[in-house]
Design a protein around this ligand. Sequence first.
Ligand SMILES: [Mg+2]
Length: 271
Amino acid sequence: MKILFASDLDGTLIYSRNSMGVNVAEEELVEVEKINGKPYSFMTQTSHQALLNIGSSAFFLPVTTRTQAQYERVTGIFDGAASPQYAVISNGAVILENGKPVKEWSEEIRQQCISKKTVVETLLPLIKRYFSEEWVLNIKQADDWFVYLIIDRAGFPDDKLASYVQVFRKIGWSMSLQGRKLYFMPESITKAGAMEWVKARLSAEYVVAAGDSLLDLNLLESADKGFLAVHGEAFRNNAAISSHIQITEQSGIKAGEEILAHVANIAQQQG
Ligand SMILES: [Mg+2]
């Protein structure tokens, strides 16, 4: 059976020093991303090896909210192997095929965003109206697809998040808080939609998915089996999840190891 392993990267397979959570010996870490010449994201040796091994029994599909430039920094995960044929980036607005965006896909998504009036230009005035507080450090646009605020986590009013979510959901935007980033995502842009496109393209028959945030839930729901990291935004918000989705026992960078061990087992059994 052809198996697709569709996985989020940050906070699921790869971790920054701030998000890795548990104490891991330096010699256990594999650096997978540099920013300005400095190591930024890591996997454990065990995770890294497991991911490379999975490549022989399942088709690995990275599914990330990173933009193309941000995704292309994470070269370390594929060290010693070819980079994946497909990658879902910008939360599903863009699909890379052999490193190049699939134009027809993104054009279709753009049309959906325009018809639902969920384009960045319509959102920015609202963001400026609602978010003028000191805890907003920066407003960023991701290749004109969506917006995220860089926030001062200590100053952010957690108790107001639910009401913000309601306001923006009414006009077609999903919100997600991941570390210091508060995302505003058009409802037409989903990880699940792009994953389904790749699944059909590859004629895959079984999908295992993994993630940690609210933006990953549709991906996990569309899969045959899902793994949700216990430390992530989705589990902490008590999001409703279906019975085919399993919560990890381990947290932080060790949750990545646990997910990859499960996926290796599934790939062996189903393959
Ligand atoms: Mg994540």
